[in-house]
Design a protein around this ligand. Sequence first.
Ligand code: ADP
Length: 291
Amino acid sequence: MALIELDEVSKVYGFGDATTLALDEVALSVGKGEFVAVMGPSGSGKSTLMNVIGLLDKPTHGNYKLGGQPAAQLKPNEQAKLRRDKIGFVFQFYNLLPNLSVLENVSLPLAYKGMTPVRRAKRASDILELVGMRDREYFFPTQLSGGQAQRAAIARALVNKPSILIADEPTGNLDSHDSKVVMEVLAEIHRQGNTILMVTHNPELTRFANRVIYMYDGMIVGDERTAIGQMARGARRTYFNRRRRTDEEIAAGVSALLKDVPGKEVTAKAKRRKSTGRKRGLRAKATRGRR
Ligand code: ADP
């Protein structure tokens, strides 16, 4: 049985003339333990798809089953409970609470479960060990690097032992070193049997996934199985087919830009202003000297 099952799911935003079809009859089935990378241009519906799967948003039409259970038409409080128990979110910006320590941030989702504070801290600490952040338990978010903050956010997303981890551009705000560290954490979580859906614009990151879906205009236009460690073929195509500009084209672009910049007048004016300014200054000095 599929963990995630979408059947002709559509999402329409707005009314009348101003409607946007963000998802257009999407059918998708994701099994337990898959690591799915979601790619596509901006506005193609990736975040909307994640929000529907993550029960942050309801589809306008269609059916969605999570773990075999109809999830789209549940009442808001039932949906919130399902979301809390089954889904962990990681966003581009870590959304850690600044006044709480890393340990308190990570154990926060357990507060709603009626666990004792000691058990909460123990669980949070174990998850921080998993993401290599146990030695930062008592740090505050402002004392962390981007990679460390994102690892803490991943720990917080995992503390409830969700069935699915949804990561919307988790390395979008990180440099290449921190991205690598965060991706290695996600890879380890995947190896332990977790299901991960990750939106990314970076073709390199498809190496961590075993499936890549490509979106365009609210539709899934490609669905590729891929070996871990290899860049997906579709991602590679868009990555390497981007035509490199020749030196002549770059030079032409630069001279076109220069044409628009009123460089000479500005320089001449600035020079004039500078020299009159200097003259004025000298004159003032001379007057002061005379006094
Ligand atoms: P992506 O994540 O691929 O950039 P989105 O899912 O954010 O794409 O958006 C898909 C389309 O739906 C876009 O045209 C976007 O403008 C529109 N959209 C997304 N969210 C809303 C919203 N809350 N209200 C109105 N339009 C929205």
